[in-house]
Design a protein around this ligand. Structure first.
Ligand code: X2W
Length: 287
């Protein structure tokens, strides 16, 4: 026989938290949420396990999560081991024939399967793909100077819908198929934006290693419109690595995504905080 011990305050708080989440759970029932999981946001196995738990929880409560991942630091590591030099031009990796092979091996092989396995260990049913699968992301060359870097030009997201409506969690590596059999390396943010737009997603969460978009005084702005983003960019307040993220956000909104959130993926339970609490996380961008 088990007797009730003194009610621990933590349990009461847990129950209250669940109760307070109800309107958010209702709001996101059957919502398509695309999550860009950048290489810099990934962290160690403990952080990966926590991310995977949050994704499985989202799926369990009725959200349709779609993961699009990066893996820039992991590609750098492998290229260094193989003694292949690598340069970036405006945030994109100059990708020759040898490099694109390494990019595909690292992203579709190591990084993709690490995420798939982490989700499945938490009881989810993740399926790993790249933009090549079912012709999901057909690309054209971005710029001859960048080699095999692709710009998504034709999206076929039906395979993703089939997977998430069957309660599976698609995990997509940002590689695209060329029209003549080429393999294209696509920036992870660009791929996530294109996939979110093709799905007309309710949310695109860009998980990165900064807290969000900052204003001139260095404080994170919690809500912005595309016009405010453009103004901050003209003023030079939005600069450097944040530019590809805000450009992705603007393109995604233009493409029909309801809102984009730029947030720190290393913060504990970042996705849950954003979706299921009044507090939110990072910077929310919407019209
Ligand atoms: C990226 C793809 C991976 C990526 C690259 O080769 O690094 C291009 O630059 P993160 O972790 O999201 O930065 N592709 C064209 O975007 O990874």
């Amino acid at each position: 026989m088990k007797k009730q011990t003194a009610m621990n305050r933590d349990w009461i708080a847990t129950a209250r938290t669940l109760s307070e989440a109800l309107p958010y759970l209702q709001r996101y029932d059957e919502a398509v949420v695309v999550i860009k999981f950048g290489g810099h946001a990934m962290g160690d196995d403990v952080a990966m396990e926590s991310f995977a738990r949050d994704i499985v929880l989202m799926q369990q409560v009725g959200v349709y999560p779609v993961i699009v991942h990066g893996g820039g630091p992991m590609i750098n590591e492998m290229l260094a081991k193989l003694d292949i030099k690598s340069d970036f031009v405006k945030g994109k990796r100059v990708t020759d024939e040898a490099t694109v092979k390494v990019v595909e091996m690292v992203l579709s092989g190591l990084v993709n399967k690490r995420i798939v396995q982490a989700i499945n260990r938490q009881g989810g049913k993740a399926v790993g793909l790249s933009g090549k699968d079912a012709n999901m992301m057909i690309c054209d060359q971005t710029d001859p100077d960048l080699g095999f870097v692709g710009t998504p030009s034709e999206m076929n997201p039906a395979v993703l819908r089939q997977l998430f409506t069957a309660e599976m969690i698609p995990v997509v590596a940002p590689l695209g198929a060329g029209r003549n059999g080429e393999t294209y390396n696509v920036n992870g943010d660009t791929a996530a934006g294109a996939i979110a737009a093709a799905l007309k997603a309710d949310r695109l969460l860009l998980l990165t290693d900064v807290a969000g978009v900052k204003d001139a005084s260095g404080e994170v702005v919690t809500e912005l419109t595309p016009d405010q983003i453009r103004a901050l960019t003209t003023e030079g307040v939005i600069a450097g690595g944040m530019i590809p993220k805000t450009e992705t956000a603007l393109a995604a909104i233009e493409g029909g995504v309801r809102a984009v959130v730029i947030l720190d993926g290393r913060a504990p339970n970042a996705c849950l905080l954003e979706l299921f609490t009044e507090h939110g996380a990072g910077s929310l961008i919407r019209q």
